[in-house]
Each structure stands twice: as structure tokens, then as C-alpha cells.
Design a protein around this ligand. Structure first.
Ligand SMILES: Cc1cc2nc3c(=O)[nH]c(=O)nc-3n(C[C@H](O)[C@H](O)[C@H](O)COP(=O)(O)OP(=O)(O)OC[C@H]3O[C@@H](n4cnc5c(N)ncnc54)[C@H](O)[C@@H]3O)c2cc1C
Length: 387
């Protein structure tokens, strides 16, 4: 059961839609050119509670459940994806580790400032050589008296350049029969030995920043070990990522909807030899494929979110939704460029940005190949358990 009534949620959704379409869409060119979300948009998002929409109300968040989260994400996907990314880690992969696995003390210390956006939290799992296979991570946490020393290297960490808190996955021992040997720690960005590298130069999502983060003998107390257990890290990472996949799928649907709207608008008005290109049946066929993909994606996202909330399926459906919707958004964006002809290849035209923005969705929080492996192996294992 969500903490937010349908009536209250309708208001939050309407406000978010208005923010996206009236405040952010007109600023897309500025976000792209400056590779930065303007401070006033950040402040508006903060005032609306968007840094903590998925954090429970007890900790100062809006308390949306995943069925509501995806409706919001479909609105946020309609514009520069950098805006969602600004508060994506607080609500999603980083914040949900604390919500799901933190001790009461850890939640009291961190969740309220995460929900308001006074603290930006980053999820630091990926390393060189440990992306698709996080179980292979090498960052270690070594006991030193009652403290831990964290030593290692992370890469591609979203919001690292602005982070106040890193949720750091580190190995306390080699994997054994007891588990993966991976724990998760709450490491303040200003702790001695934490170094954030230069902002990465990316293909798209201008205004969303990632960077390497290195940890050189970073001393943290035992109180920073999430859940007070050395064995929670791997499960916390997988659970947070699985939930995040439904959210990313919704974001992809929002971006695809925008690409479709831009395509329909262009097809209805641009002409060749005096004829609107939208009267050509081959152009109509492209619009039809885009529309069909968006409708299928939206239905799938809503179904996957419902199955997450009811706990009917927290494994296969999130991966299937992410796989289908992010691949669909890639195809819809590609068709959008095609419908725009040469115009679609020009900087400053929304579909050119969308084409680059959505490419990332098939890579992070598990590549499409990894989603296929999760779905396929999950089906086979379930059949074997029943046999
Ligand atoms: C912009 C951006 C933001 C990111 N933000 C974060 C973040 O905030 N926190 C974080 O921890 N990480 C983050 N990541 C990392 C992201 O999750 C990884 O890049 C992603 O999981 C892929 O890992 P990799 O880059 O190491 O590629 P690899 O795992 O090396 O994959 C390379 C190719 O091999 C394939 N492959 C790998 N293993 C298998 C297999 N077993 N079977 C079949 N095919 C396989 C992949 O599908 C892919 O096609 C971010 C990445 C980017 C680009």
C-alpha cells in the first residue's frame, strides 16, 4: 500500500508534468550547451520534493511506491534526462539501499537530508573490470581496530562530482559458501582519502555528471557498515538495481513518447514539394511503429511496477521491462531522427538529443545482455525447482 492517496498523487503528478513541460523543456538547449542543470531548476525540483519522492514519509520523503514512481518517471523522461539524474540516485539506487537495508540509526542520520536534496547520495558499485559482474569487485574494506579502511577504485559513478555521500560496495573477504563477501558502507565524500576524478566526457545526457572515485585508506567507523552486517552488500546492490530497472524502463517510455510527439509534429508540418511528409505512407508506418512501441512499453512498465509492489515478481519482470522499454526507446529515437531527415541530425533538435540520451539506458543498471541472462536463467531455475 502506498503512503500517498490517489488524490494526492494526482496532484504530485500534475505538478511534475507542469514542471517538466513548462519549466524544463524550454531550457533543454541551455542544459545541453552548458552541460549543467541550471541552479533555479534544481531549486524548483528540491522545493517540489523530487529529491525524495521515493523515500518514505517517515524520513521526510514523499513516500511514493513503485507504481507511482513509474508514472512520475514517464513524465521526467519527456525532457533532458539529466534533470531526472540529478535526483535519481537519491530516490533510486543509492537511497533505496538505505531504505531497504540501513539500520534505524543510519536511516535517521541520512534519509532526511537525502529526501530534501541537502545531501546528494551516489551509488558506487562499478569498477574497472567489475560492471556487468559486480561480484568480481576488488575494492576492499579491511578491519582496523573498531574501524574499517576502504581501499579501491570505482568508475562511472553518477553524481560523484556533487556527491556528499557515497554508498560504497567493498569486499571484506573472498566469496565463500556464506556469500559474496561484499559489504556496503556509507562514506562521506569529505572523508580523508576519497578522491573524485574529473567529470567524464559522455556521449549524451549533458548536465548529468559521472566520474571515477578512488578510496585510499579511507577510515570509517563500524557505524557506517550498512545494516551492521558484512553480508548484506551484494543482496542490497541486486535488490536496489532490480527496483531501479522498472524505473529506468518508465524513463525510457517517457523519452520515447517525446520522440513520438516530436515526430508527429514534424511529419504533420514539414513538407516536400509542397506535400506534408506525414502524408507519405512510409512515414506513417514509422509513426505507427513508434506509437505501438510506446503503448506496449507503458503497459509493461505499469504491470512490472504492480508486480514489484505486490511482491509477485521482483526479478524477471523488472529485467523484462527494462530490456523491452530501453530497446524500444532506442528504436523509437532512431525512427524519430529518420522522420526528421537531415534536420534530425542537427544539434539543438530535440530528437538528436533524445537519440543520444536514451543510448545509456541500454547500458547502465544492467546491459540488455545481462537482462536477457537474468530472465532466461530465472525461467530455467524456476522450472528446475518445480521438477
Ligand atoms: C553514464 C553512466 C552512468 C553510470 N552510473 C553508475 C553509478 O551511478 N554507479 C555504478 O556503480 N555504476 C554506474 N555505471 C556503470 C554501469 O552500470 C556499467 O557501465 C554497466 O553495468 C556495464 O558494465 P561495464 O561498463 O563494465 O561493461 P562490461 O560489463 O564490460 O560489458 C561489455 C559488454 O559485454 C557484455 N557482457 C558482460 N558480461 C556478459 C555476460 N556474462 N554475458 C554476456 N554478455 C556480457 C555486456 O552486455 C556489454 O555488451 C554507469 C555507467 C555509465 C556509462
Amino acid at each position: 500500500m502506498s503512503e500517498v492517496s490517489d488524490e494526492d498523487f494526482a496532484e504530485i503528478l500534475a505538478q511534475t508534468r507542469h514542471f517538466v513541460r513548462a519549466a524544463v523543456v524550454p531550457r533543454e538547449a541551455e542544459i545541453l550547451a552548458e552541460d549543467r542543470v541550471p541552479d533555479d531548476l534544481r531549486a524548483q525540483a528540491k522545493n517540489m520534493g523530487l529529491f525524495g519522492y521515493a523515500i518514505p514519509q517517515q524520513w521526510g520523503g514523499l513516500g511514493l511506491d513503485l507504481t507511482q514512481d513509474v508514472e512520475l518517471a514517464m513524465e521526467l523522461g519527456y525532457t533532458s534526462l539529466a534533470v531526472r539524474s540529478m535526483f535519481g540516485t537519491n530516490n533510486g539506487i543509492a537511497g533505496q539501499v538505505l531504505v531497504g537495508f540501513g539500520t534505524e540509526e543510519q536511516k535517521s542520520r541520512w534519509l532526511a537530508p537525502i529526501a530534501t536534496g541537502d545531501v546528494v547520495a551516489s551509488f558506487a558499485l562499478t569498477e574497472p573490470g567489475a560492471g556487468s559482474n559486480p561480484a568480481g569487485l576488488l575494492t576492499k574494506a579491511v578491519r582496523d581496530g573498531s574501524d574499517w579502511l576502504i581501499i579501491g577504485q570505482k568508475r562511472f559513478i553518477t553524481n560523484a562530482p556533487t556527491a556528499d555521500l557515497f554508498i560504497v560496495f567493498a569486499r571484506t573477504r573472498p566469496a565463500d559458501e556464506q556469500g559474496a563477501g561484499i559489504a556496503v558502507f556509507l562514506v562521506p565524500a569529505d572523508a580523508a582519502g576519497v578522491e573524485v576524478g574529473a567529470k567524464d566526457a559522455k556521449m549524451g545526457q549533458e548536465g548529468a555528471w559521472t566520474a571515477d572515485v578512488s578510496f585510499t585508506d579511507v577510515r570509517v567507523s563500524d557505524a557506517t557498515l550498512v545494516g551492521g552486517s558484512e553480508d548484506l552488500g551484494y543482496r542490497a546492490a541486486l535488490t536496489s538495481l532490480a527496483r531501479g530497472r522498472v524505473h529506468i524502463a518508465a524513463l525510457a517510455v517517457g523519452a520515447a513518447q517525446r520522440a513520438l510527439d516530436e515526430s508527429v509534429g514534424y511529419a504533420a508540418s514539414a513538407t516536400q514539394g509542397g506535400t506534408p511528409i506525414g502524408s507519405f505512407q512510409l512515414v506513417q508506418a514509422m509513426l505507427a511503429d513508434q506509437q505501438t512501441g510506446v503503448l506496449a512499453g507503458r503497459a509493461m512498465v505499469r504491470d512490472a511496477a504492480r508486480m514489484w509492489v505486490t511482491e509477485q515478481d521482483r526479478r524477471i519482470a523488472p529485467s523484462a521491462a527494462k530490456l523491452f522499454c530501453t530497446e524500444m526507446a532506442g528504436k523509437v529515437a532512431d525512427l524519430a531522427v529518420q522522420i526528421h531527415g537531415g534536420t534530425g541530425y542537427m544539434r539543438g533538435v530535440p530528437v538528436e538529443r533524445i537519440y543520444r540520451d536514451v543510448r545509456l539506458l541500454r547500458l547502465y543498471e544492467g546491459t540488455s545482455e545481462i537482462q536477457r541472462l537474468i530472465i532466461g536463467s530465472g525461467l530455467v531455475k524456476a522450472a528446475q525447482r518445480q521438477a
